[in-house]
Each structure stands twice: as C-alpha cells, then as structure tokens.
Design a protein around this ligand. Sequence first.
Ligand code: NAP
Ligand code: MG
Length: 403
Amino acid sequence: MEKIKMTTPIVEMDGDEMTRILWKWIKDILIKPYVDLKTEYYDLGLEHRNETDDNVTVESAEAAKKYGVAVKCATITPNAARMTEYNLKEMWKSPNGTIRAILDGTVFRTPILVKGITPYIPTWTSPITIARHAYGDVYKNVEMQVEGGGKAELVYTDKNGKETRETIMDFKGSGIIQGLHNIDASIEGFARSCFNYALDMKQDLWFATKDTISKKYDHRFKDIFSEIFEKEYKERFDKAGIEYFYTLIDDAVARVIRSNGGYIWACKNYDGDVMSDMVSTAFGSLAMMTSVLVSPDGKYEYEAAHGTVQRHYYKYLNGEETSTNSVATIFAWSGAFRKRGELDSLPELIKYADALESATIETIESGIMTGDLYLLSKLENKRKVNSKEFLEAIAEKLDKKMQ
Ligand code: NAP
Ligand code: MG
C-alpha cells in the first residue's frame, strides 16, 4: 500500500512522561504505516525546555504561526517538586500559557462520545464544546480588604491626566473591594476565534453574559460579539445553516441542561473555568476530552485536555503494566491531519483522519478499552487491555478501513 503524502509539515510538539510514551507508540503503530509523515519536530519535554532556557516552546509556537497547524503532547508545568526532580534552572512557565500568549488563541474543549458510556445528563447525545475566554476579569483582578469608615472609588486617569471617578462604596463597616478589567482587542480576538470555529465545525455558537446587571462591562462583550458577527460572519453563518445565539448566562445554563448538545458554548473566563469542569465531568472522562487552541487568524494547535498521567509513568518506569487511555492524544493527531488535509486539499489525509477516529471509537464500542473506561462502560462484553494492546486493537480496525 502506498503511504499518504503530505505537502506542508505539521508542527509536532513532543511532551512528557506517560503521554510521551504514548506519543511514540501512536506514531509507530497508527500513523507511520499509513502516512508519509511530515512534521517539524520540537521537543517540549521538560529536560529539553530546561536545556534551551524554554526557547524551544517559543520557537514551536512561532512555527505553529508559520505553518498554521500544530499537534501537542501533554507537558509538565513545573512546580517545586519538579525543580528537584529535573534539576531545573528555573521554574519554567506552563508551555500552554506561553503558546496561548503567542497565538493569542481561544481553547475549545470537546468530549468524545462512545456507546456504553452515558453522560450524567442522558439527553446530551451530541458533544458540547466549551470555548473559554483566556484573558482578564477575575484572573487579572486587584483586590483590597478595607476597615470601613472610608470611601472606595473607581478612578481612570486618561493620557492627559484627566480623571474620571465613580464611587464604588462608602464603607460604614469593614469590607472588600475588587477591580476587574478586560481589553476590547482580546474580546474581539475571542469572538473571531469562536465564529471561525463554529463555521469550521458547522455548529451553532452560543454566548452568554450577565449584561442585564453589568450594563457596561458584560454589555461590552455582548456588543463586540454582535458587531463582529453582523459585519463579518452573518452571511457565512446563513450559508452554513448555523446560528449565533446570545442569551443571559442563567438562561444559558438552563438551556444547556435541557439540550441534546451539538453546539459550541462561548464563555467568559470565569464561566468557562467553572462550566468546562461541569461539562467534562458530566460527559464522563478527562481522558476522552480533546482540546484545540484556535487563533483569531485561524491557526490551530491540537492536544489532549489531560496531563502527562504521571502516576502511570512511574508504573511504566518500574516495568509494571499500564492501561493509559490514548484516545484524546489520537484525536489530537487526527484533528491536525484533518485540518492539514483541508488547508492543503489532500482528501486522502482527511479520509485517513476520519478512519483513525472511527477505528478508535469502534474499538471501544466493540468492548476493548483501557482501565479508566472499563470502570465507566456499561457494555457487557467489556475487556480491559494495556496501553499498547489498545493501540494494536485500533490498528487492526484501521488496517481494514485503509485497505
Ligand atoms: P493528569 O495527567 O491529567 O492525570 C490525573 C489522573 O487522571 C491520572 O492519575 C489518572 O487517574 C487520570 N487520567 C488522566 N488522563 C488519563 C489517561 N489518558 N488515561 C487514564 N487515566 C488518565 O494530571 P496529573 O497526573 O495530576 O499531572 C501530571 C502532569 O501533567 C503535571 O505535571 C501537570 O503540570 C501536567 N498537565 C499538563 C497539561 C497539558 O499539557 N495540557 C494539562 C494538565 C496537567 P488514575 O491515576 O486514577 O488512573
Ligand atoms: Mg478550573
């Protein structure tokens, strides 16, 4: 069989621990037999980040900007324990944070649904994708605790030194104050990433804030979304047969619970933090959650939502058997291949991405699964396999599809 040719490389960002092991196996067992794999490789493993003073992370993000499609393995975000474990020069920043800052992107998280694992909300028959704004609000707040008997004011000093003031509170007794901000450019980028992604997925986009109470702050979010939609996206949405829908956050939550899924839910930073944990838990497993970072100008970085599965890695190093779920990492690769195929007009590469995903889902639905899913699945014929056996079972199905 002739291997599928690629024209533009995918930016490959390798990572750490158990997911680094899975990364290599996925390439050897599921990709290289079928695809003449072309990547520009960046080793984001913690040792190499440390050797390069973390420049490799920046270079990989620049490459993602240049080529437009990247796939990333989970990486360690160093903490005190990792400083000693890896003898680090510095407590390097989270690679995801660095990459997100360079691409100025929004993260979209989508669960992968399989028969046998029912969401806690049984009406959710299609995935719900959460898009979380990644800048500002309470995550960049300034706070004070005050004693009372004083006045708190909001003061803005413009570039000529002119002040605008609003009284926040005349404190009789003690209390607390919080200052929040956001930036139009960041909200605009968020809006465009969401509209582009909705067009990509051919799914409706929902957005919600509390603009009835927050008449300037949240209202600004609503207005920016609405202006950009009317000017730049409305026609394309009509053509694609999809809808942009704005509502209040409390109404949105009620509608989400009653829905069947199948849409993208854009959330402000805090709402996204809270709601993405709720939605992913309700869908079953972090190991079945994919994640893609989309920049406002249409660059894509695909990854799994989970971490490096450290506990399994230490078992692996001890020579013990592991049963680590590789589904989200496989879907990161298939997402990148599909996007590369679309951008470069390579229908064979798109077909391969589809085949890889359906082979993976069919493997689990035939009863063969890793330990985490074994605990959740209601299939009667379910069987737990180890990390590598799972990939080999997928390969068997994939091979038939690729003949
Ligand atoms: P984790 O890798 O998400 O794993 C936490 C636990 O969840 C695992 O111990 C395992 O439970 C279960 N789990 C997660 N993914 C699984 C999979 N694919 N298959 C089976 N079980 C899975 O989080 P962590 O172990 O707490 O963090 C390890 C490192 O990941 C940290 O250094 C953190 O900085 C990093 N991290 C990276 C990213 C990223 O790169 N995007 C995201 C989050 C965390 P059991 O042990 O009970 O089997
Ligand atoms: Mg959170």
